[in-house]
Design a protein around this ligand. Sequence first.
Ligand code: EPZ
Length: 444
Amino acid sequence: MDKFVVHGGVPLKGEVRLSGAKNVALKTIVASLLTDDEITIDNVPDIIDVRLMLELLGTLGVKSHFSGNHVRLIRNSLRNYEVPLEVGARLRTTTLVLGPLLSRFGSALVPNPGGCRIGARPIDRHIDALRQMGARITYNSRDGFFHGQADSLHGTVIRFPKNTHTGTESIILAAVLAKGQTVIENAAAEVEVDDLIEFLNGMGARIVRTKPREIKIDGVTRLHGTSYRLMSDRNEEVTLAVAAALTGGTVTVTGSVHRTLMAFLNPFRDAGGRYSAGGDTATYSVSRNLRPQDIITAPHPGFMTDWQGPWAVLMTRAAGLSTIHEAVFESRFSYVPELQKMGADVSFFQPEVRDPEKFYNFNMRDHDGMSPQAVRIKGPTRLHDAVLMMHDLRAGATLLLAALTAPGKSYVHGIEHIDRGYENIEKKLQALGGRIIRVPEEAI
Ligand code: EPZ
């Protein structure tokens, strides 16, 4: 395994182009199961999760060619409905193939998904909804597979009990070829879902977001090929904005999706961050001493759970007490002990919540009942260098930001997590003047 060696404390300055959105790329690749025609996708990030998804689709008969952020996909006549455990168990989004396999071929065998270890991450909402569409799905704990059968999927009204981003996409992917109309109520409103909808409509699907949280899908009998360019990665933009403010630098991103980032930009500006945006460009810096903020994560259009780790590092520099209350996942603070090692004054607490089942996006039965859902950060603190371990993708970005701001030399391990979702992260940071190198384990 490689690791990063980071000499922190250098202001990042310059311009960088954002990569395509991981959380759209993975789903558009899955959509290649829905047609026999060729699909081409541009702006695809070259990251481990995309490579894994292409490998997974390869086991289902989809041939792919991936070079220069351009993917060409074509399904051959092979009829295979089983995702091998070895590939499928490594990706959270594996179960997205259930709907397409069931709607096109009536059978699916899919292993329990893997992906980032952030909480229990069950997929009960996806499975319940697929069952409402006529699928028979059982989970066999002896082999660790979901076994799915469907004579045909039919449209129906599905009301998600709580927000689910990939659950919404899972049902869209199942419904595009189902008989009749599917209505998804309490559908996820993330802009990545809308990018997937635009892509599928380009294949001949009939999908409309009728209300902010309602999506209607009229099933069609056939989808055709398409060419599509993915939106930029919002999480990468937020990471770079925080990197600029933290290091006292100025970073311009091109391919910016700042219009979809108001839930981040408002507290960023209130905290003393500065941004100017126009067209597809945005420039981030810091205008004065940082001020503390209180954040509660929420599904779109709220402050995204993916941003709270980087935000925590920013708040270590704010003068006063900040809080972050994580309301989407029940375990997303793996970075906290690492920040404490660097001298951050971060402590856990449990805010009073009147109706936790209603307030939190996770199922309360999946919560261990003890782990607090919030942190207090007392600043300002100048973090110092340390040996750090990443435990998941966004926690990985968090620690990288912490290392970039800490004078001295930090060693960051577990970087396979960041390689899952950030394309060429160290090259981009180097281009901005960041002193970061990737070193093979044995070379240190
Ligand atoms: C997606 O995760 C993203 N992943 C996440 O990004 C992102 O943090 C999250 O949405 C919120 O926007 C992808 O798109 C691949 P959810 P997802 O279903 O779909 C619980 C990243 O780093 N839940 O909205 O898994 C669940 O456990 C990743 O790029 C159930 O209990 O999120 C969580 O607590 C990480 N049962 C909450 O709901 C279900 O059936 C929200 O999950 C589904 C979800």
